[in-house]
Write a protein that binds this ligand. Structure first.
Ligand code: HEM
Length: 399
């Protein structure tokens, strides 16, 4: 099986194809998307930190000057929201936006949220246990990070059910060569989401609460600190990034444990393994398999020259199984001590929410181990058809 991000079999098990790429063609041109695929850990890691690449090129050139078609006009409302968030801008705008919210996500701040995260994880798990089992993904993995990030931002409880569908629809645009229907759905979701947050932020500006939207609404000005568009873009990004990958990481993580019962038993017997277990599960089945970068100046990678103006695809899932870096990379080892996985990225866009994701995963795995000691798989799960944001459709369990 070759690299084929639209093929269900490849999505279910991309690791043989990755091995092939790493061994034979670590830097290869992928015709269907016109991108260069980068498969080795050393290259992915170095390129993430290389300032000759960017998440965007619009800070240095127009679409035309960069030899690219502008996006079709119907997508304008989508990009207006997305390009106002820190993930899709480069310094100095990136630095300004990231600084405004980074204090809320430091390890210390996040540690103070742990009791609240634990309480939510416990309640959700108790519900699953009372029902005798169910879909671990829908009943625990999803509502936990959605509730946490919604509470941090101050999205009222009655509206939280809107977040997951909006986020999923927006993420559709990030898959490779999305269909026209997926693109329209993403534009609609971004427009609705932005409209909703605009109203909420205006209300909070009038009557602030003790939440992040209120705090950000107070600093909206003519652009020195935060424009209204940037406020919306930041909140959309935090609400989406704040749960999408965590949901998938939790589902894939449990699926990996069920396939490795010896390791699951090891974790049950020694909950002190949790910190290394979380890192290993993030490495073993990386929730975001690939991230893209634009080449802003000609670069050379592994002896191959890649010219300005093209896009490269960094294969995180492959980097995380590179035997040059990880001993016996296809083995799940919850005690793995030396684990420089790349699942949270690297460089200036390194995941802002990594400390929060770690707390959420440790607490939800912990609650399920504690309260559902006989947790078992009820049926073999299937993978969603998306490759970049890779995750299970559902995970049916009995307790
Ligand atoms: C297991 C869960 C998570 C994974 C695997 C993950 C992964 C990543 C990765 C790989 C990036 C960098 C993308 C790139 O360089 O192109 C990123 C960025 C980001 N993540 Fe996460 N993430 C997770 C959870 C979270 C959570 C809980 C939040 C909460 C707010 C969050 C917020 C962000 C933000 C705001 C950025 C953009 C940072 C920037 O551009 O400076 N993530 N994430």
């Amino acid at each position: 099986m070759k690299f084929d991000p639209w093929n269900a079999e490849f999505i279910a098990y991309p690791y043989d194809a990755y091995r092939d790429l790493r061994d034979n063609e670590p830097v290869s041109f992928f015709e269907p998307t016109g991108q260069w695929l980068i498969a080795r850990h050393a290259d992915v890691n170095a390129l993430l930190r290389d300032r000759r690449l960017g998440r965007s090129y619009l800070h240095v050139a127009t679409h035309e000057a960069f030899g690219r078609e502008p996006e079709p006009e119907f997508q304008e409302p989508f990009w207006r929201v997305i390009r106002a968030g820190m993930l899709d801008v480069e310094p100095p705008v990136h630095t300004r936006l990231r600084r405004l919210v980074s204090k809320a996500f430091t390890p210390r701040m996040v540690e103070s949220l742990r009791p609240r995260v634990r309480k939510i994880a416990t309640e959700l798990t108790e519900g699953l246990v009372e029902r005798g089992g169910g879909d671990l993904l829908a009943e625990v993995a999803e509502p936990l990070p959605v509730t946490v990030i919604a509470e941090m931002l101050g999205v009222p409880e009655a509206d939280r059910h809107l977040l997951r569908p909006w986020s999923a629809d927006i993420c559709g645009m990030y898959e490779l060569n999305p269909s026209l229907e997926v693109q329209h759905t993403a534009v609609r979701a971004a427009t609705e989401f932005a409209g909703y947050l605009r109203e909420l932020a205006r209300a909070r500006r009038e009557r602030p609460g003790d939440d992040m939207i209120s705090a950000l609404a107070q600093v909206v000005d003519d652009g020195d600190r935060l424009t209204e568009d940037e406020l919306i873009g930041t909140c959309v990004l935090l609400l989406n990034a704040g749960h999408e990958a965590t949901v998938n990481a939790t589902g894939s993580g449990w699926w990996a444990l069920f396939r490795n019962p010896g390791e699951l038993e090891r974790l049950r017997a020694d909950p002190g393994l949790m910190p290394t277990a979380v890192e290993e599960l993030l490495r073993y089945d990386t929730p975001a398999q690939m991230f893209e970068r634009w080449v802003l100046e000609d670069i050379e990678v592994g002896g191959v020259t890649i010219p300005r103006g093209v896009e490269i695809a960094l294969l995180f899932g492959s980097a995380n199984r590179d035997p040059e870096v990880f001993a016996d990379p296809d083995r799940l080892d919850l005690g793995r001590a030396d684990n420089p996985h790349i699942s949270f990225g690297a460089g200036i866009h390194f995941c802002l929410g990594a400390p929060l994701a770690r707390v959420e995963m440790a607490e939800s795995f912990g609650a399920l181990l504690r309260l559902a000691p006989r947790l078992e798989l009820a049926e073999e799960p299937t993978w969603k058809p998306s490759y970049i944001m890779r995750g299970l459709e559902s995970l049916k369990v009995t307790v």
